[in-house]
Design a protein around this ligand. Sequence first.
Ligand code: ME8
Length: 512
Amino acid sequence: MTRSFYVTTPIYYVNGAPHIGHAYTSIAADVLARWKRLDGYDVFFLTGTDEHGQKVEKAALDAGVDPQTFTDQVAEQFQSLAATLGLSNDDFIRTTEERHKIACAALWTKLLDAGHIYLDHYEGWYAVRDEAFYGEDELTTNVHGIRVAPSGAPVEWVREPSYFFRLSAWQDKLLAHYEANPDFIGPHGPRNEVVSFVRGGLMDLSVSRTSFTWGVPVPNDPAHVMYVWLDALTNYLTATGYPDADAPRAKFWPADVHMVGKDIIRFHAVYWPAFLMAAEIPLPKRVAANGWWTADGEKMSKSVGNVVEPNALIAEFGLDAVRFFLLREMPFGNDGDFSRRALISRLNIELANDLGNLCQRSLSMIAKNCEGKLPPAPDPLTEADVALLSQAQALPALLGAAIEVQAYHVALEEAWKVIRAGNAYIDHQAPWALKKTDILRMGSVLRVLADTIRHIATVLQPFMPDSMGRMLDQLVVPADGRTLAGLAIPLVDGTVLPAPQGIFPRFVDEVA
Ligand code: ME8
């Protein structure tokens, strides 16, 4: 039976245009989805937009447009970014869709009927920018004398009738769940924060608002709209067809990985599992939180004018270079700085020099000296051949283990060790010299290189789908030979290879 795998991105607020931070989490989720497909899983990869709440309503008002028209426009930008990023998402959910309102109402009713939700009044602090409630003890005063949340978002005092979710009842069960499932939250920094937050005690959570209307109406009480986070988190269930247990995608629940940024870990690792436990729905297996990108050392913000815009970046450097850079530069979970200089340096050194040259050198020698036909494998293999080939063959297991825990930079480093070993192998074997002394051995060396490149390109497809696809085209690898299992299908001796083409040109910076 095919194993299934369900991975999600956060659904992004449509209060403003997407930037490189959104692109990053989406690409990280895409690499995981593509890796699992490569490994034979039946994958469901979901992304989408979070369109309700006060923050989005305010953005629409500021733009002088009604919220639905506004969200239609911005959601379109996120959909188009998904295409530009080459995301392989199977669905794109918008929380203003009917299917989502049905799922929210079903979950709400289940929680209400089971006594987990009650009506009361909320009085306390709220940060519209975070769409989050904060306790007095969490706030500080900023340099302008304004009360702010830990995220820096200004808070306002709210007093209104509200439904509450009995979050306080779930403290022990949440702690027991973290304890029993050490990989539920990854990496471990955010995990410790979550555990100490929950240990500190949980208050019941306000889950409806009455001071505005842009949200999913509370069933049987239209004066209330659902708290945007209850609405938003439910998207992960909606997309599986919830509450229809026979929906074609129902089999994907529970989700395997919710990919999120560390700013929203509390919602995913505390509130969401508590809602689900209360509704007797199985919990997602893992919440993986990425760190934060800054731009040239500063927090990206529209007012500073340093927001890195993904479309322009991709137009300049190409999609695969950007995908590679984002996952290579910053260890997942850590914070990192986005700099153009670092991108150009990785593009030129790691893509153009290391990987590009390995392929170009090997393939152009086959074109020139082997009549463009794939030479047969050496028989017997030398020690150097075995060393390189066994390193290449170990790649699927090594990358798989790293990607499983979102250690993308480690996965790429493993691939680069083999790329560097491949370049060292060419230098030592010197096929150009063998051409004059031992033409048969020259062919053998080039074949070892072709087999090595094939492994490298196969495992790097999730990171750089287009360029690695072209690399495999150059080796005439058939479609069914491009998966991890397909690596067992050997390349065919004597296959005529197309004229080699450079995959990663060097980037000459005209700005620097
Ligand atoms: O929080 N560096 O949406 P959002 C890294 N709608 N990642 C970043 C980033 C940065 N500088 N900036 C944004 C929401 N991100 C809610 C989510 S889910 C049920 C609801 C990424 O538009 C990161 O993944 O504010 C972060 O969690 C997400 O974008 C926040 O997107």
